[in-house]
Every structure is written in structure tokens, then in C-alpha cells.
Design a protein around this ligand. Structure first.
Ligand SMILES: NC(=O)c1ccc[n+]([C@@H]2O[C@H](COP(=O)([O-])OP(=O)(O)OC[C@H]3O[C@@H](n4cnc5c(N)ncnc54)[C@H](OP(=O)(O)O)[C@@H]3O)[C@@H](O)[C@H]2O)c1
Length: 243
């Protein structure tokens, strides 16, 4: 059966690794035929990611959307449903962070972070969950962060959004458990992705890689549908790098 899988922020970092991991599963299990719907703001990144997925044998399409704009987030959902009539998996991965001491953060930092991490995630989920509810089948992932339950001095706004995403996942699960839909909150620690910019080799050695999170997502997705991984914390073996 075809699995329609929408991944936000699929152009790089963790989102791209998740797309490639699902694509790799078509080799492990030829009966798994995903349609990977890759979305973010940058078409060139998405086209590269889609080409890599196709090389692995998976069907991949690209939809550009800026989810910080509620109309684009709901438009993304409508395009997927208009095209395929169903959705099996939504990976709420797109996210941004502005990391500075509390008193240096601006209103622009606030609006930018809140719009993507909260508004975008909320309206996309709000539009797609009822489709899964009707199907009585589906899986929604939230790639939140360890910052969803642990504070760091330079991550005040980011942490606000991640605590809030965790709250959304928990509220949504109250609806989802009544209609056979799985809600998974993945809370990673430091992962070496473009979000961090350039990092020295010594620091990189202390971080996880995007593939580590992607494998975790696939493990949760491929469990029997009777089992739901509700929450997972995944940290570098040495713990958080900025403690
Ligand atoms: N890296 C870490 O250490 C870490 C740890 C815990 C949790 N996380 C979470 O994991 C998720 C992915 O992070 P990452 O490290 O992979 O970051 P990344 O490398 O910066 O990638 C972020 C992705 O989100 C997309 N994106 C950003 N704003 C968007 C918007 N308004 N609309 C649509 N797409 C948007 C980006 O593409 P465009 O810029 O082209 O739109 C990109 O594809 C985030 O939610 C992040 O908070 C990361």
C-alpha cells in the first residue's frame, strides 16, 4: 500500500534525513511504497532531497511552503489531500531557533520563532488531523527538542515554542487515541545540522547526527499499529553539550 508521508523542513538537516530513511526502507521492504511529500521554503534544497530519495527507489514530490504563514500551511495540507485524498504520516519537523541571552532577543526574533514553530505547526496539524480521524489511521510526529522540557539560558523563546509544541502533542493525543491515530513527540538533544551553523570539530564529535533521529522516527512508524511510541528523549551519549 502507498503511504502518503508529508515531511516539513525536508530540505536539510533532520527532515531530509527522515525522508532518506523512509526512502531506504523501500529497499529493505519492497511492499512499502511511500510517496514522500517534501516541503520547506527553499525549492533547490527540496529538489536535491527528492532526487536522492528517488535514487533510493522512492516516489518523492516537492511542495514549497512557508508554514509561518497560516494560509500557506493550510494550503500545503489542502494540496496533499487534493492530490492523494489521504495522509498516512505527518512529520512536523520544520523549526527555527534564535539563540541569545534573554535580554538581547527582539520582537522580530519572537514573531519569527513563534510563527514557524507554533502557528505553522498548529494550522498544518489542525488541517490534517481530521483526515486521519476519518481514515481511523495515521501517525503525527512532532520533532520538538529536549528544550521542550529543559531550559537553557540562551533558548528562552525557542524553549517557549518547544514546550508549547509538546503541549499541542499532548492535547492532540486525547483526540487521537479515540480514532486509532498515533501521536509521537520526539525530543532530541544536540544534532549536527545546518541549524547550528559552523561548529568546531570538537563540538561536532559531541553531537548526534540527523540519521540518528531519522532511524528513531522510522522505528516508531514501523511498529505494529496497535503500539504507539508517545514520547522519546534522545541525547548524545555524553549528555547535553551546553550544560
Ligand atoms: N539540530 C538540533 O540540535 C535539534 C535538536 C532538537 C530539536 N531540533 C528540531 O528539529 C527540527 C529540525 O531542525 P534541524 O536541526 O534539522 O534544522 P535545520 O537544519 O535548520 O532545518 C530546518 C528545516 O526547516 C525548514 N524551515 C524553517 N523555517 C520554515 C518555514 N517557515 N516554513 C517551512 N519550512 C521551514 C528549513 O528549510 P527552509 O529554510 O528552506 O525553509 C529546513 O529544511 C526543528 O524543529 C528543530 O527545532 C533540532
Amino acid at each position: 500500500m502507498r503511504h502518503i508521508i508529508l515531511i516539513t523542513g525536508a530540505g536539510k538537516g533532520i527532515g531530509k534525513a527522515i525522508a532518506l530513511e523512509f526512502a531506504r526502507h523501500t529497499i529493505i521492504n519492497p511492499a512499502f511504497r511511500p510517496v514522500l511529500v517534501l516541503s520547506s521554503r527553499t525549492p533547490a534544497d527540496l529538489e536535491t532531497a527528492a532526487a536522492e530519495c528517488r535514487t533510493l527507489g522512492a516516489e518523492a514530490i516537492v511542495i514549497q511552503a512557508d508554514i509561518s504563514n497560516a494560509a500557506q500551511a493550510t494550503g500545503l495540507a489542502e494540496t496533499v489531500i487534493g492530490r492523494y485524498g489521504r495522509i498516512d504520516c505527518l512529520i512536523n519537523n520544520a523549526g527555527v531557533g534564535r539563540f541569545r541571552p534573554l535580554c538581547e532577543l527582539t520582537e522580530e526574533d519572537f514573531d519569527y520563532t513563534i510563527a514557524t514553530n507554533l502557528k505553522g505547526t498548529f494550522f498544518l496539524t489542525q488541517k490534517l488531523f481530521p483526515v486521519m480521524e476519518k481514515q481511523r489511521k495515521g501517525h503525527i510526529f512532532f520533532i520538538t527538542s529536549i528544550a521542550a522540557e529543559k531550559a537553557f539560558k540562551t533558548s528562552s523563546i525557542y524553549s517557549m515554542t518547544k514546550f508549547a509544541q509538546k503541549g499541542l502533542a499532548e492535547a492532540l493525543r486525547l483526540y487521537a487515541k479515540e480514532c486509532n491515530v498515533r501521536i509521537t513527540n520526539i525530543m532530541p538533544g544536540a544534532v549536527h545540522t545546518p541549524m547550528w551553523g559552523d561548529v568546531p570539530d570538537g563540538m561536532k564529535a559531541l553531537m548526534m547526527m540527523p540519521e540518528d533521529i531519522a532511524e528513531t522516527v522510522a522505528c516508531a512508524y514501523f511498529l505494529p499499529e496497535r503500539a504507539s511510541v508517545e514520547e522519546l528523549v534522545i541525547r548524545p551519549i555524553g549528555g547535553d553539550i551546553n550544560e
